[in-house]
Design a binder for this molecule. Sequence first.
Ligand code: PHE
Length: 341
Amino acid sequence: MLDESIQELEAGSLARIARAQSPEELEAVRVEVLGRKGGALAQVSKDMGKLAPEERARIGKLLNGAKQKLEDALAAKKGQFDEADLRARLDGEWIDLTLPAPGPRRGHLHPITRIQRELEDLFVSLGFTVLDGPEVETEYYNFDALNIPADHPARDMQDTFWLDGGNLLRTHTSPVQVRGMERLGPPLRMIAPGRAFRNESVDASHEHTFYQLEGMMIDREVSVAHLLYFMKTLLTAIFHREATVRLRPGYFPFVEPGFELDIQCLICGGAGCPVCKQSGWVELLPCGLVNPQVLRLSGIDPGAWNGFAFGLGLTRLAMMRYAIDDIRHLQGGDLRFLEQF
Ligand code: PHE
């Protein structure tokens, strides 16, 4: 009787071990068959007490043999599961060291910087020198030398950030004209890109800090035709097509005659939007022939020399070229915005 049930138990358990699909299933079989308390083999050995001594020894051997076989089978099967598990992990976690690495996230030039550099290249190719000037200026260079004396109403055209001690944040890049004339003298072809500052309330088309690109050419017989030629060359280079422009008389004390060169708004195509203040046109390029008084103040003889000057709104130009409808985006520092360019 006992012989048979031991053999049956052994054979049945071996089959279940062989069939087990997971370590959990295997463990369940182990507990059920070999468990110290309540395991099937433990159950059988309980009945051994009733047996005669030699019979007990024989059955004991049988039981031990069965137990050993089952333990071996369990261990072997467990080994299989462990190995499969390891192989799956090695497969899943391997790394191809020859794959190109993703690398650090690269930045790129700001859209205004890009346009500034393009224009620098263009003007250098036309024989212009690129000059730099201080952002903190004296009243003389920002105003007086440009024919805007202290009592001149034109001072109110530009809301100025005054600094302690009488200096100011330059309200335009025009003071670099004066520095260029003083240092280099005529004939002169120069541009001066840089920041300018005005004490204005900020909205979609006004910032307290913005970029301009000043330009000046002084030679023997410079005319409005020269001025227009350079302005058109500049706009075509930036927009890669002929932009629609219009010329209006414009007043700036340092040019005479003075003009406002407007460009048809490329954001709305002239229909009207916040950037062009619903007018369809954007003021982009104030310019004119250099006022003789300005030449004289910088020690240049207006009888022998004349010239043109312009003050391109670099920030506005960037907005037109990239169809940016709010000036505040440009210096906002939001990478989600900048990454689009
Ligand atoms: N400096 C002027 C401004 O910012 C622009 C300008 C420059 C006009 C050169 C004429 C000639 O308003």
